[in-house]
Write a protein that binds this ligand. Structure first.
Ligand code: GLU
Length: 483
């Protein structure tokens, strides 16, 4: 048997982290078994589906490296197939037209509520006579199509994550609507549960891997598989992603879509790595890995039943580990878009080498790519402000003199072509001024960076010198030191 799995997003919003994590598990399972991963866009909800969401979803999956082998297939282009299946169910007496008005359904629910019963359709139109049907139609009523669910039926399956699962037919809400209302000579818009089953059968899906919020649908869908005469796939219901306080992760928690994470400066490999750990743990406990490396080890035995708490610190840690490992030539490609978006002044063609050195300097201190905006700011602007600590440093005894001496050397044409040359200049000034090297370094940091913290001073100075930013900053610092 070739494993065939699918991710079936509904394009009613951007690619959600929950859907993306489900896609990760599907992808890993498919790759583990040398099987196929299929992308199916569930766009039957015409009011809420939008092409821009489909674009966001496919772009997000591609960005994460979750390449699919078949598709995307669109449910909106497959409506005939669903209608044929519905017709088959009608022909076999397994489905029927129900003519209830919304007011009648509402009254039914109110009565159930008053009796403290769970809301369900009471199957009242299951056995309408032809005359009753004609009478409803004569009134101009439209009919939905409902699939019969026997109350005394027990649905069971072995879930790859949750083990033995049992549902009672009577807990499934009564006969289920599988097509929206339409006039008698047509079949209305087919609905989710029906379309999923028809597609999963038609696409020979062997394993349905999806969020645990679909468990009740699975019970209903198993009944539909049986009714349509197909093999029932295996099911794996993955745990929900929870916020740090244990509730389902939602928009209120800041970000939920993959494009948001991307904008915040997370990298695709780190995010994919993190999502894999949301519910799964590798047998060797090694937490840093690529999807390719995780695939051979992936199995549902190590997927938790309990919800997976979203942990920003862990994601940040994984992202920083990933960034710290990148060579400057790779980092620069990732950072340039952030610097461009921040409006920093550079010419990519001319400044590529300079930018690469800067990326190499900042790389080890980045947690998110977006950190390079703040950390890189003073490399792109000629003048900058001084922090309180830097101002204090500059006003210490002897600082105005050492900065003036340094400025003098630069104005006299001291060449700063390399780190060694910068170090030599520092030594010269230290010696000539008879000061401690620490005072020189701290004061130069204050003068060049306007702050007492930042990346390596010698490297930063060289980078600033290449843009001729050190001279004006020293001049400004001397003024401040003397004020
Ligand atoms: N379209 C469903 C959703 O986005 C997925 C259903 C499924 O995987 O069967 O939640």
């Amino acid at each position: 048997m070739t494993v065939r799995v699918r991710i079936a997003p509904s394009p009613t919003g951007n690619l959600h982290i929950g859907t993306a994590r489900t896609a990760v598990f599907n992808w890993l399972f498919a790759r583990h078994h040398g099987g196929q991963f299929i992308l199916r866009v569930e766009d039957t909800d015409t009011e809420r589906s939008r092409p821009e969401f489909t674009d966001n979803i496919t772009a997000g999956l591609e960005w994460l490296g979750l390449t699919w082998d078949e598709g995307p297939f669109f449910q909106s282009q497959r409506l005939d197939l669903y209608r044929q299946a519905i017709q088959t169910l009608l022909d076999h007496g397994l489905a029927y037209r129900a003519y209830d008005t919304s007011a009648e359904l509402e009254a039914m629910r109110t009565a159930q509520k008053a009796k403290k019963q769970a809301p369900r359709y009471d199957n009242r139109h299951r056995h309408l006579t032809d005359d009753q049907q004609r009478a409803f139609e004569a009134e101009g009523r439209q009919a939905v199509i409902r699939f019969k669910i026997a109350d005394d039926r027990t649905v069971q399956w072995h879930d790859l994550v949750r083990g033995a699962m049992t549902w009672q037919g009577s807990d499934l809400g009564g006969d289920m609507v599988i097509a929206r209302a339409s006039s008698v000579d047509s079949i209305g818009q087919p609905l989710y549960n029906l379309a999923v089953v028809v597609d999963d059968q038609d696409m020979d899906i062997t394993h349905v891997i999806r969020g645990e919020d679909h468990i009740a649908n699975t019970a209903k869908q198993i009944l539909l598989y049986e009714a349509l005469g197909g093999t029932v796939p295996q099911f794996a219901h993955t745990p929900l992603i929870l916020n740090p306080s244990g509730q389902k992760l939602s928009k209120r928690d800041g970000v939920t879509s993959i494009s948001d994470f991307q904008k915040m400066g997370f990298t695709a490999p780190a995010l994919a790595n993190y999502m894999t750990l949301l519910g799964w743990s590798p047998p060797d406990s090694e937490e840093l890995f690529t999807l390719e490396a995780a695939a051979p080890q992936f199995s549902f035995d190590r997927v938790n039943k309990a919800g997976a708490k979203f942990d920003w610190d862990k994601l940040d840690w994984l992202n920083s580990q990933y960034l710290h490992d990148r060579p400057a030539s790779e980092l620069v490609e990732m950072l340039v878009p952030y610097w461009q978006a921040a409006g920093y002044d550079f010419d990519l063609e001319v400044d590529r080498d300079w930018l690469t050195v800067l990326a190499g300097l900042l790389g080890p201190s980045l947690t998110r790519l977006s950190d390079a905006v703040e950390q890189g700011r003073f490399f792109f602007a000629e003048v900058m402000d001084y922090s309180e600590a830097a101002t204090k440093q500059l006003r210490q005894d002897g600082v105005a003199e050492l900065l003036t001496a340094t400025l003098g050397q630069l104005q006299a044409g001291a060449s700063l072509e390399s780190l060694e040359a910068v170090k030599a200049l520092v030594s010269d000034v230290v010696k000539a001024q008879g000061i401690k090297k620490g005072l020189m370094m701290k004061s130069m940091r204050a003068a060049l960076m306007g702050d007492m913290q930042g990346p390596d001073l010698t490297e930063s100075w060289l980078i600033l010198h290449q843009r001729q930013f050190d001279l004006p900053r020293l001049k400004k610092a001397v003024e401040l030191a003397q004020s």
